[in-house]
Design a protein around this ligand. Structure first.
Ligand SMILES: [Zn+2]
Length: 316
């Protein structure tokens, strides 16, 4: 399955390398005019947290776009040929890392834009092993949801700032200041999480979605049980669901958390069986169309999550 996918991507990249050469020649003039017109660094990001970071750090010196259309589930996202062209035409391409975007490596190899600065945001972060509910765990797989560990998020923000500095060295102090501001907000949020989650009746998050919050469990000393593994591509089995319902009943849990961007059908089934209520816990992979238009931030999502955790885990 994956090999097939990779072959298709390699094929697309190969074709683009040829077509791209021709387009690159014919479009040099057009691109130059575009960048001269705005004078801003063109940044293409994959996931929403990277978009939010790049927007805040690049501020008025950058134009940031999100590769994934709003509402799209990122684990099953595959770039279209037009997306590859977009990456090729940017100044900076920021992706989370090979465990989140396994397709990125092949695309990067096929890039003809020699000036493109590629940012693997996971560089220097501390990753934890990926968790799957069943035994089919691929050896060496790491949990891709690194932005939810706020120390990792700070490293990601710094990686982005360094790339912008590489592109525009004259603005080094500006980008550093913006990254520091962003990271100060992350520290404040981290402190709020720690304080709130230290004073809860329950320490157990039952998640009717994929295994996205392993970093929070580790960081804040919580137990975390999810219906699916680190990617939501496989439907949970009846056994998985029964395991969750048992857990809820056994531990007298009153709330089940559900994930963003998917139908809450699994969550409704579990909550119904276990007589529990539902609360959203949003891992911020991507926004809905409506959230995107309203300009919802990474911090807005995480603050709302903390409010729901406070209710669901019965914190003081
Ligand atoms: Zn995920």
């Amino acid at each position: 399955m994956h090999t097939m996918k990779n072959k298709v991507i390699v094929g697309i990249v190969a074709i683009l390398a040829i077509v791209g050469g021709v387009i690159a020649l014919s479009q040099i003039k057009v691109n130059k005019q575009k960048s001269v017109a705005s004078g801003k660094i063109q940044i293409v990001t994959t996931l929403f947290p990277l978009y939010d970071m790049a927007k805040n750090i690049g501020a008025d010196r950058a134009e940031v776009s999100l590769l994934m259309p709003p509402g799209v589930e990122p684990h099953t996202f595959e770039p279209k040929p037009t997306d590859i062209v977009r990456i090729n035409e940017a100044d900076c391409f920021v992706y989370t890392g090979k465990f989140m975007e396994p397709w990125a490596e092949d695309i990067i190899k096929g890039i003809t834009n020699r000036k493109l600065i590629v940012v693997d945001a996971s560089k220097g972060t501390r990753m934890i092993p990926a968790v799957f509910p069943d035994e089919d765990e691929p050896a060496g797989a790491l949990d891709p949801h690194i932005w939810l560990d706020f120390d990792n998020a700070k490293i990601m923000a710094r990686n982005i700032a360094q790339a912008l500095e590489l592109r525009d060295p004259a603005d080094k102090a500006f980008f550093k200041q913006k990254a520091d501001d962003y990271n100060r907000k992350l520290s404040e949020l981290d402190a709020a999480f720690r304080k709130t989650l230290n004073a809860c009746k329950s320490k157990e998050i039952i998640y009717a979605g994929h295994y996205a919050f392993g970093y929070w469990a580790k960081r804040y000393g919580l137990r975390y049980v999810a219906a699916q593994g680190v990617s939501p591509d496989a439907e949970p089995t009846a056994k998985d669901l029964a395991r969750l319902v048992d857990q809820i009943k056994k531990n007298n849990i009153h709330y089940v958390f559900y994930e963003e961007l998917t139908t809450p059908k699994i969550a409704e089934t579990i909550a119904g069986e276990a007589n529990a209520k539902l609360l959203l816990l949003n891992a911020a992979h991507n926004l809905t169309k409506d959230q995107f238009q309203r300009g919802v931030s990474f911090f807005d999502i995480l603050t709302a999550d903390l409010e729901n955790l406070k209710i669901g885990l019965e914190c003081r």
